[in-house]
Design a protein around this ligand. Structure first.
Ligand SMILES: *Cc1c(COP(=O)(O)O)cnc(C)c1O
Length: 350
């Protein structure tokens, strides 16, 4: 085969993934051929996975964390809904989430035969608690809060959602797939240490700067994780809680390498840099008369006419839109100030 090179990140403003940290890339290459799905056989990577979960617990306020490294936020969210459904007694389960919840919850609902009820968000794009309360009933198995929403980077009122879930004997699941590695440096209340959270999604392959595939599902109890376990008669280990069977050791090893390298100092620096870039861009866009959704975490959304967005795409910029049609820019670690300067310069050309 011709030696095809992947595209670079030079003009990518739409992705929630980024260039892996060099240590993460190196670890991923070393562990390419390992399969943590068979921990009895691949003991070294199984040990690294325990380490990864422990570190994810540290980041999310959980001293003795249970969980595993998933293929991404989608799998973690599906598995959280599966835990909620399996532990509940009802045969008409529903999950209540804000309309800002990631589309992986639609997949989960479809796969698991669970009704997904979505509540409107408030003027600042966060779950409207009155609306959430309205939707919760005796058949609710999980209340989902988003900590760092995909479109606007908003954080739902997690403590109130956790209380509501507990009142109905439902689990509280937090989706911090993207936000998990920036939220520790903010005042938000979003994790196990702040509220009665039961399960949480946090992806090393997004802001965590690990190689794809590295997502994370974290929970406080083996009992919850055991809701997922199936017997595995012909493996060296006896049961498996993951959704996929054979999995990539590369993701696991690179997640550990990235976290060892960057937690907490490197991630903190990255957060401040990304946030400063997001604020700078928001100001530049506002100064040009665009309606900007002020960034809370490093995502900027702004009302731009579609032709401009299309023209920019023609010039090689990878930008995406929110459901409401705003231009959306994710200030990931590879997005530098100079990149944003040349983006704004291109914008001025129109
Ligand atoms: C990216 C994202 C997901 C999905 O994660 P994948 O790794 O793409 O499967 C879920 N929830 C949120 C909030 C996300 O940003």
């Amino acid at each position: 085969m011709q030696r095809v090179q992947p595209q670079d990140f030079e003009r990518v403003l739409s992705s929630m993934c980024t260039k892996p940290h060099p240590a993460a890339r190196d670890a991923a290459e070393r562990f390419l051929a390992t399969n943590p799905g068979d921990p009895g056989t691949y003991e070294t990577i199984a040990e690294l996975e325990r380490k990864a979960v422990e570190m994810l617990g540290t980041i999310t306020g959980l001293p003795s964390a249970e969980g595993y490294v998933t293929s991404g936020g989608t799998e973690a969210n599906i598995q959280a809904v599966r835990i909620a459904r399996n532990r509940a007694a009802t045969d008409q389960p529903n999950v209540v989430a804000p309309e800002s919840a990631h589309f992986s919850f639609n997949k989960a609902a479809d796969l698991l035969n669970v009704e997904l009820r979505t509540a409107p968000t408030d003027a600042d794009h966060r779950a409207d608690m009155a609306a959430v309360k309205e939707l919760v009933d005796d058949d609710t198995v999980a209340v989902v809060g988003v900590a760092g929403s995909t479109e606007y980077g908003r954080v739902d009122p997690i403590p109130a959602m956790a209380d509501l879930a507990a009142d109905h004997d439902a689990i509280c699941h937090v989706d911090a797939a993207w936000g998990g590695f920036v939220l520790p440096f903010t005042d938000h209340r979003w994790h196990f240490g702040h509220a009665d959270v039961d399960t949480l999604t946090i992806d090393p392959h997004k802001m965590g700067q690990a190689a794809v595939p590295a997502g994370g599902l974290v929970t406080h109890s083996t009992e919850l994780l055991d809701e997922l376990a199936v017997d595995t008669p012909y493996l060296e280990s006896k049961s498996q809680a993951t959704l996929t069977g054979t999995r990539s050791g590369a993701g696991v090893a690179s997640a550990v390498a990235a976290m060892e390298e960057l937690w907490p100092v490197g991630y903190r620096e990255q957060y401040h840099e990304s946030m400063e870039n997001a604020e700078w861009l928001a100001e530049e866009l506002a100064a040009r008369g665009h309606d900007v959704v002020a960034p809370d975490l490093p995502i900027v959304a702004a009302d731009m006419t579609s032709p401009v967005t299309e023209d920019l795409r023609q010039r090689g910029w990878r930008i995406s839109k929110t459901g409401a049609g705003e231009m959306r820019i994710v200030c990931m670690p590879h997005v530098t100030k100079s990149m944003l300067r040349s983006f704004v310069a291109d914008l001025d050309w129109y």
